[in-house]
Design a protein around this ligand. Structure first.
Ligand code: ITT
Length: 182
């Protein structure tokens, strides 16, 4: 049994859908721990270590972010704060008239068991910031994250479709591959 520590129910739905193809049981707990400011990797390492010690269980945590090239990687590690303050409309305004719309979603999974040190797994997906919000599936930045190969935003994809190639799918799959041979 692995415990996914997160306060984000959308992440839980996506992770459950990814784990169901494997023989690993997943439960989820919202521990409400305080994230330090730092890189995605630093946040995932410290969160996983803290939660595994606190619960005395093997855990995963995830720190994710949207990195926009024309904004030099912003909002990146500030993604939660920016989503709550500027929101998608604010991001679209910052990119008004900007031609280079390249963006990446990154997900870092931190895994830690009670008596060991944390390990991290990075997943990415590349795309573009759309010119307007599209779709009401998904959450947060999904309606503005356009995937050229699909001709759709994440907001227009079902969980199953997003889970074929998302940043979260890529990080969780790396984790699952490693975990399965432990
Ligand atoms: P935790 O409790 O797991 O930390 P969180 O929602 O705070 O949940 P993150 O810090 O990892 O998650 O994510 C940073 C921001 O990016 C936050 O506003 C998320 O809603 C958003 N985000 C993360 N993954 C996303 C995805 O797949 N699609 C759209 N937005 C996403």
């Amino acid at each position: 049994m692995i415990t996914f520590i997160t306060g984000n129910k959308h992440k839980v739905i996506e992770a459950e859908n990814i784990f169901k193809d494997y023989d690993i049981n997943l439960e989820h707990i919202d521990l409400g721990y305080c994230e330090p400011q730092g890189t995605l990797e630093e946040v995932a390492i410290s969160g996983a270590k803290y939660a595994s010690r606190k619960l005395n269980k093997p855990v995963i945590v995830e720190d994710a972010g949207l990195f926009i090239k024309a904004l030099k990687g912003f909002p990146g590690t500030y993604s939660s704060y920016v989503q709550e303050t500027l929101g998608n409309q604010g991001i679209l305004k910052l990119l008004d008239g900007v031609n280079d719309r390249y963006a990446e979603f990154r997900s870092v999974i931190g895994y830690c068991a009670p008596n060991s040190e944390p390990k991290i797994f990075l997943g990415k997906v590349i795309g573009e910031i759309a010119v307007e919000e599209k779709g009401d599936l998904g959450f947060a930045f999904d309606p503005i994250f356009y995937v050229p190969a699909e001709g759709k935003t994440f907001g227009e994809l079902t969980t199953e479709e997003k889970n074929q190639f998302s940043h979260r799918k890529n990080s969780l799959e790396k984790f699952i591959k490693w975990y399965s041979i432990q």
